[in-house]
Design a protein around this ligand. Structure first.
Ligand SMILES: [Zn+2]
Length: 321
Protein backbone atom coordinates (compact mmCIF):
# COMPACT_ATOMS: atom_id res chain seq x y z
CA UNK A 1 0.00 0.00 0.00
CA UNK A 2 1.33 3.46 -0.95
CA UNK A 3 1.98 5.53 2.15
CA UNK A 4 0.81 9.12 2.37
CA UNK A 5 2.33 12.11 4.13
CA UNK A 6 0.07 14.77 5.65
CA UNK A 7 1.10 18.37 5.04
CA UNK A 8 -0.62 21.11 7.05
CA UNK A 9 -0.16 24.84 6.56
CA UNK A 10 -1.68 26.65 9.49
CA UNK A 11 -2.54 30.28 8.77
CA UNK A 12 -4.44 33.01 10.56
CA UNK A 13 -7.53 32.62 8.34
CA UNK A 14 -7.41 29.08 6.92
CA UNK A 15 -5.75 25.75 7.60
CA UNK A 16 -4.59 24.13 4.36
CA UNK A 17 -4.26 20.35 4.42
CA UNK A 18 -3.05 17.78 1.89
CA UNK A 19 -2.32 14.08 1.53
CA UNK A 20 0.92 13.84 -0.41
CA UNK A 21 2.71 10.75 -1.72
CA UNK A 22 6.43 10.00 -1.26
CA UNK A 23 7.19 11.68 -4.58
CA UNK A 24 5.78 14.97 -3.37
CA UNK A 25 2.63 14.67 -5.49
CA UNK A 26 -0.59 15.93 -3.97
CA UNK A 27 -3.21 13.16 -3.74
CA UNK A 28 -5.87 15.38 -2.26
CA UNK A 29 -5.93 18.89 -0.81
CA UNK A 30 -8.53 20.91 1.02
CA UNK A 31 -8.86 23.64 3.63
CA UNK A 32 -10.82 24.51 6.75
CA UNK A 33 -11.29 27.87 8.51
CA UNK A 34 -8.96 28.64 11.42
CA UNK A 35 -10.96 28.80 14.65
CA UNK A 36 -9.17 31.42 16.74
CA UNK A 37 -11.78 31.45 19.52
CA UNK A 38 -10.65 30.74 23.11
CA UNK A 39 -6.95 31.41 22.37
CA UNK A 40 -6.96 28.93 19.49
CA UNK A 41 -7.59 25.91 21.73
CA UNK A 42 -9.81 24.11 19.18
CA UNK A 43 -7.40 24.28 16.24
CA UNK A 44 -5.72 20.91 16.76
CA UNK A 45 -9.06 19.13 17.31
CA UNK A 46 -10.38 20.59 14.07
CA UNK A 47 -7.30 19.43 12.18
CA UNK A 48 -7.66 15.90 13.59
CA UNK A 49 -11.35 15.79 12.67
CA UNK A 50 -10.68 17.18 9.19
CA UNK A 51 -8.15 14.39 8.54
CA UNK A 52 -10.53 11.67 9.81
CA UNK A 53 -13.43 13.02 7.74
CA UNK A 54 -11.32 13.17 4.60
CA UNK A 55 -10.14 9.57 5.10
CA UNK A 56 -13.77 8.48 5.48
CA UNK A 57 -14.74 10.40 2.35
CA UNK A 58 -11.95 8.70 0.38
CA UNK A 59 -12.80 5.34 1.96
CA UNK A 60 -9.25 5.04 3.28
CA UNK A 61 -7.90 3.96 6.66
CA UNK A 62 -5.46 5.81 8.90
CA UNK A 63 -2.85 3.09 8.16
CA UNK A 64 -2.14 4.97 4.96
CA UNK A 65 -0.81 7.99 6.85
CA UNK A 66 2.81 8.13 7.99
CA UNK A 67 2.65 11.35 9.98
CA UNK A 68 1.93 15.05 9.90
CA UNK A 69 4.25 17.93 9.02
CA UNK A 70 2.79 21.26 10.05
CA UNK A 71 3.91 24.84 9.55
CA UNK A 72 2.73 27.41 12.12
CA UNK A 73 2.82 31.20 11.95
CA UNK A 74 5.42 31.86 14.63
CA UNK A 75 8.86 30.85 15.91
CA UNK A 76 9.14 27.17 16.86
CA UNK A 77 11.11 25.46 19.61
CA UNK A 78 12.60 22.70 17.46
CA UNK A 79 13.52 20.55 20.47
CA UNK A 80 9.92 20.29 21.74
CA UNK A 81 7.65 21.27 18.83
CA UNK A 82 6.20 24.09 20.95
CA UNK A 83 5.27 27.43 19.37
CA UNK A 84 6.96 30.25 21.29
CA UNK A 85 4.32 32.67 20.13
CA UNK A 86 1.73 32.94 17.37
CA UNK A 87 0.11 36.31 18.00
CA UNK A 88 -2.69 35.96 15.44
CA UNK A 89 -3.76 32.55 16.84
CA UNK A 90 -3.57 33.58 20.49
CA UNK A 91 -0.84 31.02 21.27
CA UNK A 92 2.01 31.55 23.69
CA UNK A 93 4.40 28.66 24.49
CA UNK A 94 1.82 26.38 22.89
CA UNK A 95 2.63 22.62 22.78
CA UNK A 96 1.51 22.11 19.16
CA UNK A 97 3.38 18.84 18.54
CA UNK A 98 2.09 17.24 21.77
CA UNK A 99 -1.50 18.36 21.25
CA UNK A 100 -1.69 17.31 17.61
CA UNK A 101 -0.07 13.92 18.32
CA UNK A 102 -2.57 13.33 21.09
CA UNK A 103 -5.54 14.30 18.92
CA UNK A 104 -4.53 12.37 15.79
CA UNK A 105 -2.47 9.45 17.11
CA UNK A 106 0.08 10.25 14.39
CA UNK A 107 3.67 11.46 14.77
CA UNK A 108 3.97 15.19 14.15
CA UNK A 109 6.84 17.43 12.99
CA UNK A 110 6.45 21.17 13.52
CA UNK A 111 8.22 24.03 11.79
CA UNK A 112 7.59 27.67 10.92
CA UNK A 113 5.20 28.39 7.99
CA UNK A 114 7.72 30.38 5.93
CA UNK A 115 10.30 27.63 6.45
CA UNK A 116 8.03 24.86 5.17
CA UNK A 117 7.16 27.00 2.15
CA UNK A 118 10.90 27.28 1.43
CA UNK A 119 11.25 23.51 1.75
CA UNK A 120 8.26 22.98 -0.55
CA UNK A 121 9.81 25.21 -3.21
CA UNK A 122 13.15 23.40 -2.78
CA UNK A 123 11.56 19.96 -3.20
CA UNK A 124 8.97 20.43 -5.91
CA UNK A 125 8.94 24.10 -6.93
CA UNK A 126 11.20 26.84 -8.30
CA UNK A 127 14.11 25.63 -6.16
CA UNK A 128 14.41 22.68 -8.52
CA UNK A 129 16.30 20.64 -5.93
CA UNK A 130 18.82 23.38 -5.04
CA UNK A 131 20.30 22.64 -1.61
CA UNK A 132 21.23 26.25 -0.90
CA UNK A 133 18.20 28.43 -1.28
CA UNK A 134 16.62 31.59 0.07
CA UNK A 135 12.84 32.06 -0.12
CA UNK A 136 11.41 35.51 0.44
CA UNK A 137 7.60 35.80 0.52
CA UNK A 138 6.05 39.16 -0.22
CA UNK A 139 2.54 39.14 1.21
CA UNK A 140 0.84 41.19 3.90
CA UNK A 141 4.25 40.98 5.56
CA UNK A 142 7.63 39.78 4.31
CA UNK A 143 8.54 36.26 5.36
CA UNK A 144 11.59 34.20 4.65
CA UNK A 145 13.16 30.80 4.80
CA UNK A 146 16.85 30.01 4.46
CA UNK A 147 18.03 26.53 3.45
CA UNK A 148 21.70 25.63 3.72
CA UNK A 149 22.91 22.20 2.58
CA UNK A 150 19.30 21.03 2.37
CA UNK A 151 18.56 21.99 5.98
CA UNK A 152 16.35 24.83 7.21
CA UNK A 153 18.27 27.39 9.26
CA UNK A 154 16.33 27.78 12.52
CA UNK A 155 18.94 29.70 14.50
CA UNK A 156 19.38 29.74 18.26
CA UNK A 157 15.82 30.52 19.30
CA UNK A 158 13.76 29.87 16.22
CA UNK A 159 14.11 33.27 14.54
CA UNK A 160 16.40 32.26 11.66
CA UNK A 161 15.32 33.44 8.21
CA UNK A 162 13.48 36.57 9.39
CA UNK A 163 14.37 38.33 6.16
CA UNK A 164 11.48 40.79 6.51
CA UNK A 165 13.19 42.42 9.46
CA UNK A 166 16.49 43.19 7.79
CA UNK A 167 16.91 46.94 8.27
CA UNK A 168 16.54 48.79 4.97
CA UNK A 169 16.12 52.36 6.26
CA UNK A 170 18.45 52.85 9.25
CA UNK A 171 16.99 56.19 10.37
CA UNK A 172 13.46 57.54 10.06
CA UNK A 173 11.85 54.50 8.40
CA UNK A 174 8.23 53.46 8.86
CA UNK A 175 7.22 51.51 11.97
CA UNK A 176 7.21 47.73 11.68
CA UNK A 177 4.99 45.22 13.54
CA UNK A 178 8.13 43.81 15.18
CA UNK A 179 8.74 47.04 17.11
CA UNK A 180 11.62 48.32 14.96
CA UNK A 181 11.47 50.89 12.18
CA UNK A 182 12.67 50.74 8.58
CA UNK A 183 12.45 46.95 8.17
CA UNK A 184 12.36 45.50 4.63
CA UNK A 185 8.77 44.47 5.41
CA UNK A 186 7.72 48.14 5.66
CA UNK A 187 8.81 48.61 2.03
CA UNK A 188 8.52 45.34 0.10
CA UNK A 189 5.34 43.80 1.53
CA UNK A 190 2.04 44.37 -0.28
CA UNK A 191 1.19 46.71 2.60
CA UNK A 192 4.51 48.55 2.29
CA UNK A 193 4.20 49.01 -1.47
CA UNK A 194 0.66 50.38 -1.07
CA UNK A 195 1.88 52.74 1.68
CA UNK A 196 4.72 54.09 -0.47
CA UNK A 197 2.37 54.57 -3.44
CA UNK A 198 -0.16 56.45 -1.30
CA UNK A 199 2.57 58.71 0.10
CA UNK A 200 3.86 59.54 -3.38
CA UNK A 201 0.33 60.29 -4.62
CA UNK A 202 -0.24 62.63 -1.69
CA UNK A 203 3.01 64.47 -2.44
CA UNK A 204 2.61 64.97 -6.20
CA UNK A 205 0.05 65.81 -8.78
CA UNK A 206 1.64 64.68 -12.02
CA UNK A 207 -0.55 62.62 -14.31
CA UNK A 208 -0.33 58.91 -13.51
CA UNK A 209 -2.85 56.14 -13.96
CA UNK A 210 -2.31 55.50 -10.23
CA UNK A 211 -3.86 58.94 -9.58
CA UNK A 212 -7.02 57.77 -11.32
CA UNK A 213 -7.15 54.50 -9.35
CA UNK A 214 -6.53 56.37 -6.12
CA UNK A 215 -9.19 58.99 -6.82
CA UNK A 216 -11.87 56.50 -7.84
CA UNK A 217 -11.33 53.78 -5.22
CA UNK A 218 -9.63 55.76 -2.43
CA UNK A 219 -6.84 53.18 -2.14
CA UNK A 220 -3.95 51.86 -4.21
CA UNK A 221 -2.75 48.26 -3.95
CA UNK A 222 0.59 46.65 -4.77
CA UNK A 223 -1.13 45.00 -7.73
CA UNK A 224 -2.25 48.41 -9.05
CA UNK A 225 1.37 49.58 -8.87
CA UNK A 226 2.74 46.60 -10.85
CA UNK A 227 -0.12 46.74 -13.36
CA UNK A 228 0.59 50.45 -13.98
CA UNK A 229 4.34 49.78 -14.22
CA UNK A 230 3.68 47.21 -16.95
CA UNK A 231 1.93 50.05 -18.84
CA UNK A 232 5.11 52.15 -18.40
CA UNK A 233 3.50 54.58 -15.96
CA UNK A 234 6.36 56.80 -14.71
CA UNK A 235 5.31 56.99 -11.06
CA UNK A 236 4.61 53.24 -10.89
CA UNK A 237 8.02 52.50 -12.44
CA UNK A 238 9.69 54.71 -9.81
CA UNK A 239 7.93 52.88 -6.99
CA UNK A 240 8.83 49.46 -8.43
CA UNK A 241 12.44 50.64 -8.74
CA UNK A 242 12.51 51.81 -5.11
CA UNK A 243 10.98 48.60 -3.78
CA UNK A 244 13.19 46.30 -5.84
CA UNK A 245 16.27 48.36 -4.93
CA UNK A 246 15.67 47.55 -1.26
CA UNK A 247 14.88 43.91 -2.00
CA UNK A 248 17.98 43.54 -4.16
CA UNK A 249 20.16 45.21 -1.54
CA UNK A 250 18.87 43.10 1.37
CA UNK A 251 19.02 39.85 -0.59
CA UNK A 252 22.54 40.60 -1.85
CA UNK A 253 23.78 41.27 1.68
CA UNK A 254 22.17 38.04 2.87
CA UNK A 255 23.48 36.11 -0.12
CA UNK A 256 27.01 37.41 0.45
CA UNK A 257 26.94 35.43 3.68
CA UNK A 258 25.27 32.31 2.27
CA UNK A 259 26.22 31.96 -1.43
CA UNK A 260 22.87 30.44 -2.47
CA UNK A 261 22.05 28.73 -5.77
CA UNK A 262 18.45 29.96 -5.90
CA UNK A 263 16.63 32.97 -4.53
CA UNK A 264 12.91 32.32 -4.80
CA UNK A 265 10.39 35.16 -4.57
CA UNK A 266 6.92 34.06 -3.43
CA UNK A 267 3.76 35.50 -1.87
CA UNK A 268 0.94 37.49 -3.45
CA UNK A 269 3.21 40.27 -4.76
CA UNK A 270 5.22 37.69 -6.75
CA UNK A 271 2.26 37.42 -9.15
CA UNK A 272 3.89 40.47 -10.77
CA UNK A 273 6.16 37.80 -12.29
CA UNK A 274 9.25 38.30 -14.45
CA UNK A 275 9.11 42.06 -14.24
CA UNK A 276 9.63 41.80 -10.47
CA UNK A 277 12.29 39.08 -10.66
CA UNK A 278 14.27 40.97 -13.29
CA UNK A 279 14.16 44.28 -11.41
CA UNK A 280 15.31 42.58 -8.18
CA UNK A 281 18.07 40.77 -10.08
CA UNK A 282 19.33 44.03 -11.57
CA UNK A 283 19.78 45.63 -8.13
CA UNK A 284 21.01 42.37 -6.60
CA UNK A 285 23.87 42.20 -9.11
CA UNK A 286 25.10 45.65 -8.06
CA UNK A 287 25.41 44.67 -4.42
CA UNK A 288 26.37 41.00 -4.51
CA UNK A 289 29.96 39.79 -4.41
CA UNK A 290 30.71 38.82 -8.05
CA UNK A 291 31.02 35.06 -7.44
CA UNK A 292 27.83 35.18 -5.34
CA UNK A 293 25.98 37.03 -8.12
CA UNK A 294 27.23 34.52 -10.69
CA UNK A 295 25.86 31.54 -8.76
CA UNK A 296 22.50 32.94 -7.67
CA UNK A 297 19.45 32.54 -9.85
CA UNK A 298 16.54 34.83 -8.90
CA UNK A 299 13.21 33.20 -9.74
CA UNK A 300 9.50 33.43 -8.98
CA UNK A 301 7.96 30.71 -6.78
CA UNK A 302 5.93 28.15 -8.70
CA UNK A 303 3.87 26.28 -6.07
CA UNK A 304 1.69 29.19 -4.90
CA UNK A 305 -0.51 28.16 -1.99
CA UNK A 306 0.65 24.53 -2.20
CA UNK A 307 4.24 25.26 -1.10
CA UNK A 308 3.40 24.92 2.61
CA UNK A 309 1.60 21.58 2.47
CA UNK A 310 4.27 20.08 0.20
CA UNK A 311 7.00 21.36 2.56
CA UNK A 312 5.07 19.91 5.50
CA UNK A 313 4.98 16.54 3.74
CA UNK A 314 8.74 16.73 3.19
CA UNK A 315 9.25 17.20 6.93
CA UNK A 316 7.46 13.90 7.52
CA UNK A 317 9.47 12.15 4.81
CA UNK A 318 12.75 13.47 6.23
CA UNK A 319 12.06 13.02 9.93
CA UNK A 320 9.55 10.19 10.38
CA UNK A 321 9.66 7.78 7.45
ZN1 LIG B 1 10.41 44.46 11.59
Amino acid sequence: MEQWLVGVDLGGTTVKLAFVNMYGEIICKWEIPTDKSEQGKHITTHIAKAIDEKLRELDESKERLVGIGIGAPGPVNMATGDIYEAVNLGWKNYPLKDRLEMETGLPVVVDNDANIAAIGEMWKGAGDGAKNLILVTLGTGVGGGVIVNGQIVHGTNGAGGEIGHITSIPEGGASCNCGKTGCLETIASATGIARIATERLQQMNEPSCLQDVWKTSGTVTAKDVFDAAKENDTLALQIVDEVTFHLGLALANLANGLNPEKIVIGGGVSKAGDMLAQAVARHFKRFAFPRVAEAADIVIATLGNDAGVIGGAWLVKENIV
